[in-house]
Design a protein around this ligand. Sequence first.
Ligand SMILES: C[S@@+](CC[C@H](N)C(=O)[O-])C[C@H]1O[C@@H](n2cnc3c(N)ncnc32)[C@H](O)[C@@H]1O
Length: 375
Amino acid sequence: MEMNAVQGVHTIGGDGETSYASNSRLQGKAIVRTKPMLENAIQDIYTKLLPERLVAVDLGCSSGPNTLLFVSHVLDVVGDLRRRLKLIKPPEVQFFLNDLPGNDFNNVFRSLKGFEKKMEEEKGDLLVPHYVAGSPGSFYGRLFPSLSVHFFHSSYCLHWLSQVPQGLEDKEGVPLNKGNIYITETSPPQVVEAYQKQFRRDFSTFLKSRYEELINEGRIILAFLGRKKEHPDNSDLRYLFELLAEALNSMASEGIIAKDKVDNFNVPCFGASMDEVKSVILSEGLFDLEEAHIFQSNWDPFDDSDDDLVLDYVVSGNNTVKCLRAVLEPLIANHFGDALQLDDLFSRYAKNIADHLLKEKTKYTVFVVALKKRA
Ligand SMILES: C[S@@+](CC[C@H](N)C(=O)[O-])C[C@H]1O[C@@H](n2cnc3c(N)ncnc32)[C@H](O)[C@@H]1O
């Protein structure tokens, strides 16, 4: 049942300068922001079911500080509940950390020892007993036995599709979205429809799989990139990918990479609208939508301001690209091969982003959704 994800969809492993572990501040902000929702969800499960063992899963955990931030948030919440409910026997938590097999699970498990030591120092006897296991595979399919999970969490993942949408070429195999790598203003309607169809299919497979795996009344908290505007060619992701396409096209026109390689490259990502998300949830009818929020996050992960000012657009361009490189490099390297000098590409991309930020401070649109399994 499990579908194969696109080759190269995973973050840069290890903890070097370009790794995801060193460049995931943007995504960390979403995890901090959704903590109150995580608290509500776990509290609800706990007070209703008082399970002796709680199974909590992070889908698309990647490798780095955010992976363990999820674990520590859950342990905080369960520890507080234990004190408030005056439970004598502490509950145990089983964590499963899921990602695609290309993820650097070794790095995650190597960092566990240090994490556990820190938790023991901080919490002493109050530390909730817990066990952490890895679970490689695509979340667009079944990963766990039926009725075995209490709580699923996934942050900054569901905008990734299970594959590049089919139907991005005409009958003769000529690319319909030439020169572009994502939906833009000039993309023909077939391209827009292909992306929308793929998102609907993937999100509905995701919901069906989680429905089977969750215990009754189990919860899901999802944070992922979406778009504010109704039409897909008007998403904030569009600008990001247009600026990357510009960098790739400039390298093609200088003969550094082949033009048809750019024409055949389409990113397997989609920024849905909240209506598109809700319509899939509604038509599946498997979950109650408990909460839905939209917030914005500056492209520059180090810019925490709410205003429309960019203090130094060159610095912000570089910061934005460092974060994107940690996520996109494996996908790009896999498609373009060794001919592409990645440093050259990403410095062109940083310049394009800086020029764009000079004109307009564009932000990511992040959706947060809380779901409860229907009985
Ligand atoms: C930007 S990272 C987010 C990581 C982490 N959740 C965080 O918030 O920092 C997105 C992750 O989703 C994973 N991913 C993408 N598609 C997936 C799939 N079909 N199944 C499992 N993981 C997937 C990628 O490998 C990547 O590690």
